[in-house]
Design a binder for this molecule. Structure first.
Ligand SMILES: Nc1ncnc2c1ncn2[C@@H]1O[C@H](COP(=O)(O)OP(=O)(O)OP(=O)(O)O)[C@@H](O)[C@H]1O
Length: 366
């Protein structure tokens, strides 16, 4: 069986600005109908990568393929308008002097009837058919954004490149428009590469996340895997608050106030960070100075005192001062849980939910 051909593939793309490798040997594939999110902090090279694929910037090394055909290397280059790529950016600009229908029809070829049918179909799918003869200034920001999506999709691009397309919208509208956009993109079978610095957006939209840092892709995978098996401490911290418990390896085990952790891949004497997200810290009540018994799953409980508790809407965030060294650990609890400051409690660390990394932050989970 032959491997399916990616709709978009970039190989070893590098871009140097002022002697700095802003994009450093980046390779990735996007399959038809798949949404890949390029996720990373500001300045990590996401937009530059997208601009190179769009053809508005040139790489210093590497190749771009669409449906297995080379479209650009450092010598050969198909111009942007012949790449069958749709673009959608935060500061999308609709043509103010054209109606909504004319905006969507702008890049279309074919008979008048064909164009009209395509425009009506797309506007139907973004629930804006009734605005077909209105002008952009008569629409809200979210509606304009959906027109921009319809316009970008009208010529049936094989690939859609989106750079923070939802960041100009307020929160509630954003969720709704993201979901609708995703639905339309999936229906069209377009391959999507979406750039974002927001983990939530990537988790919500992506089939695959490529996590980028310092010009490189440091990890890629399905949202579930990236979240639950981060490649290093920074990758874990990018998605949520984290708690760090430090320990030292002896005989393949790390001793901590929460009991022993298996650290088979670490040499004796190595310093390790045991990392746990706040929602995976287990909390139990104090019973006259005693906590629950140890278990293989959760290890040994450690005593703590509530420092403060805040209600966050769907969950409560409780900060604890640990009895063993006065450090602060955070735990989130569904719904309302607001114990008084000073209340003694016991915390446990779920062994199947923690990540272990060498303290310098490099390397992989044990
Ligand atoms: N034309 C340019 N000349 C010089 N430096 C540039 C140029 N374009 C981008 N850079 C630099 O390259 C780095 C990566 O920029 P890029 O816009 O790709 O990052 P990003 O991850 O998309 O960040 P953001 O989310 O803030 O847009 C930045 O440090 C930026 O200043």
């Amino acid at each position: 069986m032959t491997a399916p051909i990616p709709r978009l593939e970039i190989r070893n793309i590098t871009r140097v600005f002022d002697g700095r490798r802003v994009v450093d040997d980046v390779s990735l594939k996007v399959m038809p109908g798949q949404v890949t999110c390029l996720l990373g902090p500001s300045g990590c090279g996401k937009s530059t990568t997208l601009r190179i694929i769009a053809g508005v910037d040139m790489q210093d090394a590497g190749e771009i393929y669409i449906d297995g055909k080379l479209i650009c290397d450092t010598v050969f280059r198909i111009p942007p308008e012949r790449r069958s790529i749709g673009l959608m950016f935060q500061d999308f600009a609709l043509f103010p002097h054209l109606s909504v229908g004319q905006n969507v029809a702008f890049g279309l070829s074919g008979s008048k009837a064909e164009k009209r049918a395509r425009v009506e179909d797309l506007l139907d799918r973004v629930n804006l058919r009734r605005f077909i003869d209105d002008y952009p200034h008569q629409l809200s920001g979210g509606e304009q954004q959906r027109v921009a999506l319809a316009r970008a999709l009208a010529p049936r691009p094989r690939i859609m490149l989106m750079d923070e397309p939802f960041s100009g919208l307020d929160n509630r509208l954003r969720d709704e428009i993201r979901d609708q956009t995703l639905g339309v993109l999936k229906d069209e079978g377009t391959a999507v590469l979406l750039v974002t610095h927001e983990p939530d957006e990537a988790m919500r939209m992506a089939d695959e996340i490529a996590l980028m840092r310092g010009g490189q892709i440091v990890q890629r995978g399905a949202p579930y895997n990236i979240y639950n098996a981060p490649v290093d401490r920074a990758a874990a911290a990018f998605f949520s608050d984290i708690n760090v418990i430090r320990g030292k390896v002896r005989n393949l085990l790390t001793e901590t106030p929460f009991g022993q952790f298996l650290t088979p891949a670490m040499p004796d004497g190595a310093e390790v960070d045991i990392i746990i997200r706040p929602q995976h810290v287990k909390i139990d009540f104090d019973r006259n100075g005693r906590g629950p018994g140890p278990t293989p799953e959760d290890g040994v409980p450690a005593r703590a005192f509530v420092q403060r508790a805040r209600f966050m809407g769907s969950e409560s965030l409780v900060e604890f001062r640990m009895d063993y060294d006065d450090s602060i650990l955070k735990a989130t609890v569904p719904a309302v849980f607001l114990p008084k400051p000073g209340t003694p409690m016991w915390l446990m660390i779920r062994r199947d939910r923690c990540f272990v990394f060498p303290t310098d932050g490099s390397g992989r989970a044990a």
